[in-house]
Design a protein around this ligand. Structure first.
Ligand code: PBG
Length: 327
């Protein structure tokens, strides 16, 4: 055959395939989400997220050791408070669960880089991401509480805060309050492009944060929209965000690419609880090979343009990277 172009030449063996690989990644870009709760001696498995746990603070060090051993030194903290109320006051309490976890990390694990989720939904009795007025979240009243929450996290040792509430203007409000208190170096990773998604189902079980009525569609984005993603990302860039996140990851990789092409900040993609649960469930039934699926999911997120990958599979992915299966 008179074929001058044979793409298969570059797929001939593993060595050449690795040499021409277009997507490179390593474990320094992985972030592991972790749930902390009040109490003692608690390591409670989350029913819909096999292999993921809620930790009381005395159990947290064991998990942090494990993460460090695997080469993961960045965690995204979520808190499950002892009590909830209408305005989510445990979110910004000095002795709130996340604040206490941060002090523990700062004291005992200075090599860990703690990032915190900033939102009200785990802390409000109604499960919405802000304070209510009638049956909707009051945007501007919520901003003050979010900024207060972020400040309390940074004061307790958070290096980066990640607002996930989707209120308008929250990045600006948080930046202003942090700066006013001279925390100019505390970074903001904004959940800028966060869709109203059924993929968060297992997380809401984990955090007990499902809304008690209605849904989150008046603040999280409609999943039909793409240009709106750019609008949200650009607003957060203007307001002073340092990293722009797209969430969920797997069904939204077109959005990751779009955002990456339009902005100059680092982009993060969050592979959420529903993605994790689906892989786990299908693997349990023997329908898929989970390790290979996890590798593909990770590589596709990086290929779409993400710089940072937030995932419950961080430990597995770090191992696969080390073994040279991906990366
Ligand atoms: C808080 C928050 C949620 C997630 C991250 N931060 C839940 C939600 O918006 O309902 C989801 C994470 C996941 O599903 O893994 N607002």
């Amino acid at each position: 055959m008179d074929l001058t172009k044979r793409p298969r030449r570059l797929r001939n063996n593993e060595i050449i395939r690795k040499m021409v690989r277009e997507t490179r990644m390593d474990q320094s870009s992985l972030i592991y989400p972790i749930f902390v709760q009040e109490g003692e001696q608690i390591k409670e498995e989350i029913p819909s997220m096999e292999g993921q746990y809620r930790y009381s603070l005395d159990q947290l060090p064991f998990e942090l050791e494990k993460l460090l051993q695997k080469g993961i030194d960045k965690v995204l903290l979520f808190g499950i408070p002892k009590e909830k109320d209408a305005c989510g006051s445990q979110a910004y309490a000095q002795d709130g669960i996340v604040q206490k976890a941060l002090r523990l990390i700062s004291e005992k694990f200075p090599e860990v880089y703690p990032i915190t989720d900033v939102c009200m939904c785990e802390y409000t009795s109604h499960g919405h991401c802000g304070v209510l007025e009638e049956k909707d979240v009051n945007n501007d009243a919520t901003l003050e509480l979010l900024a207060k929450t972020a400040l309390s996290h940074v004061q307790a040792g958070a290096k980066m805060v990640a607002p996930s509430d989707m209120m308008d203007g929250r990045v600006g409000a948080i930046r202003a309050l942090l700066d006013k208190h001279h925390y100019e170096n505390a970074a903001i990773m904004s959940y800028s492009v966060k869709y109203a998604s059924a993929f968060y189902g297992p997380f809401r079980e984990a955090a007990g944060s499902a809304p008690s009525f209605g849904d989150r569609k008046s603040y999280q984005m409609d999943f039909h929209n793409r240009r709106e993603a750019i609008k949200e990302a650009l607003l957060d860039v203007e307001e002073g965000a340092d990293i722009i996140m797209v969430k969920p990851a797997m069904s939204y990789l077109d959005i990751v690419r779009e955002v990456k092409d339009q902005i100059t900040l680092p982009v993060a993609a969050y592979s959420v609880s529903g993605e994790y649960a689906m892989v786990k469930a299908a693997a349990k039934l023997g329908y898929i090979d989970p390790d290979r699926i996890i590798c593909e999911m990770a590589a596709s997120a990086y290929r779409a343009g993400t710089d940072i990958y937030i995932t419950y599979f961080a430990k597995e992915i770090a191992r696969f990277m080390k073994e040279g299966r991906i990366g």
